[in-house]
Design a protein around this ligand. Sequence first.
Ligand code: SAM
Length: 239
Amino acid sequence: MLDCMTRRRWIADTWTETTASLKGEQAGHLARVLRAQPGQIFDVVANGFLHRAEIVTADEREVVFALHEELEAESALPVHLLMAVFKFDHMEWGMEKATELGVARITPVIARRTEKHLAQAAAKRVERWRRIVREASQQSRRSDVPEVDDPVTLKVALGMVSAERKLLLAETEQENSLKAALVGEVASVALAIGPEGGWAAEEIALFAESGWRSVTLGPRILRAETAAIAGLAVCAAML
Ligand code: SAM
């Protein structure tokens, strides 16, 4: 187990039953920067499973591994994060940290108070968000990569949630804490974080109609990315 905590981990771009390949930037980095050679052993995630894997061929376009035994891997936290779109640099930092903390899925939401130019640019940003969570998964030695959906309106996002417990993080909530909402057997959770201006009243009503409960992270107003990190840390402790 210790070995597998220290060995460098890669997430394969393509795979078969017995082999896995890294392509593009990942192959270039491994072949050129790390001077990969046939026979070297790494941990490789292929098709969601973690394996010990041996390099068979390596060049800058493709590194091919033979997959050896499957290794024990931790699973993602069963948390689906609905994240209102806000300032990209802060939001991306939050996505990276949420990935390190184990989030399973992130749905970017175009909220009423998402700034117009960010709402317009969000669709083009998704590929970058997927790259960020992939790199954060690798860096934090996850065996899977969180799903990042295309940005959608709140109404559409609410229809995409199947979690057992649906919790709206709200700075206006004063009584019910996130921690208290997670006591007992909870199989899966959805958390929603608002934009910098917070959720609009009609959005809070929409959440309530869809069975969401408001919860607080405490008396201070947190930035959205801080709320995402704190929320996931509480889920990690409670689930
Ligand atoms: N509208 C607020 C204001 O200016 O007073 C700020 C919104 S806050 C920057 C962004 C999001 O973080 C909120 O919509 C909420 O989801 C979350 N959040 C911030 N502080 C929180 C707290 N104490 N408890 C729960 N959620 C919080």
